[in-house]
Design a protein around this ligand. Structure first.
Ligand code: UT7
Length: 331
């Protein structure tokens, strides 16, 4: 089957990770856990922690400026900024407008936040693809930035060991050759909303003294349920995205999955029929940075020479909502 011509491609990526490292040994002093348990059950060795006064927009700004510098793109060249985050600077206005102002693109483009938890980057790529395909935009800046440590319950050992902070950015442009997005498959399941949530802080349960006492403004997760759904959904989405591009698992040069737990990644890869030698993993150093995991991973994979020109890349993601998705692209 002849490969269909992509409409858009990722022209460049960049990342920003805060300097401060929180190792498993540090967590041993905070909650009843052990380095051995965290390594064995998650694969995570350490994660980055943003300083108290560093926001999602601060990290997004750094990743954005880095990707603009790489490509020589001026602020006025950008037509749309999409920020994906589960940890916005504030509820109103969007973090995207904040990033727009910081990078000097105010008034010359439009900007909005897209909230799909850990799947945000893939959803945003699809929105960017649609905007460019329609002819409304030519250059879209997708910025995934997360300060997960700001919504973690540091007394809950089942979640506080998992997450970290950081940002990744991608510049999405029209494709003029065979490089770019070939297919995508995205789904969500609102029936499963409560397995991964922040119960309070929104209109359903505004913050009051009781909420603060019960710590309901912080992240809550039924880890085992999320784990099971993650593997099934990402493996299926991956297979369907490959089918959509007329490809099989044998064609995949590199799978870049959402980095939540190495056991989830290994099981997903096994179900999808992709050996681990062709799977990119960096969660041992960063933990789960929610929607930022994939752009950060892509940027590192490219830097390490793991994304050859013309490589077939499979992206898979999964997160709260529940949301999930997969994409194939020729790099
Ligand atoms: O981006 C998407 C969002 N999140 C995820 O993808 C996370 C999905 N879930 C997971 O990664 C895993 O379910 C966890 C890492 C959260 C938990 O691993 P698990 O193998 O599913 O453990 P479990 O929840 O079944 O718990 C097993 C035991 C429990 O003790 P008991 O009840 O058997 O005595 C837990 O209390 O492990 C205990 N436990 C811990 N022990 C030491 C849970 N967290 C810890 C910990 N240290 N940090």
């Amino acid at each position: 089957m002849k490969e269909s011509k992509p409409v858009v491609r990722i022209a460049a990526t960049a990342r920003y990770l805060p300097d401060d490292v929180l190792a498993n040994a540090d967590l041993e002093r905070m909650v009843n856990t052990s380095d051995a348990w965290i390594r064995e059950r998650t694969g995570i060795l350490e994660r980055r922690i943003a300083p108290k006064d560093m926001t999602a927009a601060d990290m997004g700004e750094r990743a954005s400026l880095a990707v603009m510098e790489k490509t020589g793109i001026e602020p006025s060249d950008i037509d749309l900024i999409i920020v994906t985050t589960a940890t916005p600077d504030r509820w109103l206005p969007s973090t995207a407008c904040e990033v727009q102002s910081r990078i000097g693109a105010a008034r010359t483009c439009f900007a909005f936040d897209l909230h799909a938890a850990c799947t945000g980057f893939l959803y945003a790529l699809s929105v960017a693809e649609g905007q460019i395909a329609s002819g409304r935009c030519e250059t879209v800046l997708v910025v995934s930035t997360e300060k997960m440590t700001s919504i973690i319950d540091w007394e809950d050992r089942s979640t506080c060991i998992l997450f970290g902070d950081g940002a990744g950015a991608a510049l999405v442009r029209p494709s003029d050759d065979d490089k770019g997005i070939l297919s995508s498959y995205h789904r969500s399941d609102g029936d499963m909303a409560l397995v991964l949530q922040r119960p309070a802080g929104g209109t359903a349960k505004p913050i009051d003294e009781e909420v603060l006492r019960n710590r309901d403004h912080l992240l809550r997760m039924s880890g085992r349920e999320v784990f099971k759904s993650a593997v099934q959904s990402m493996a299926r989405a991956g297979s369907l995205a490959l089918e959509g591009a007329g490809k099989t698992c044998d064609d995949v040069d590199l799978m870049v999955p959402h980095q939540a737990n190495v056991r989830i990644i290994e099981s997903t890869a096994r179900y999808a029929g992709i050996p681990m030698e062709r799977v990119f993993v960096n969660l041992h150093r960063y933990g789960n940075i929610s929607s930022a995991t994939i752009p950060v991973a892509l940027d590192e994979a490219a830097e390490q020479g793991k994304l050859a020109n013309g490589a077939l890349v499979l992206l898979t993601a999964f997160g709260a909502g529940l949301t999930w998705g997969a994409m194939t692209m020729r790099w």
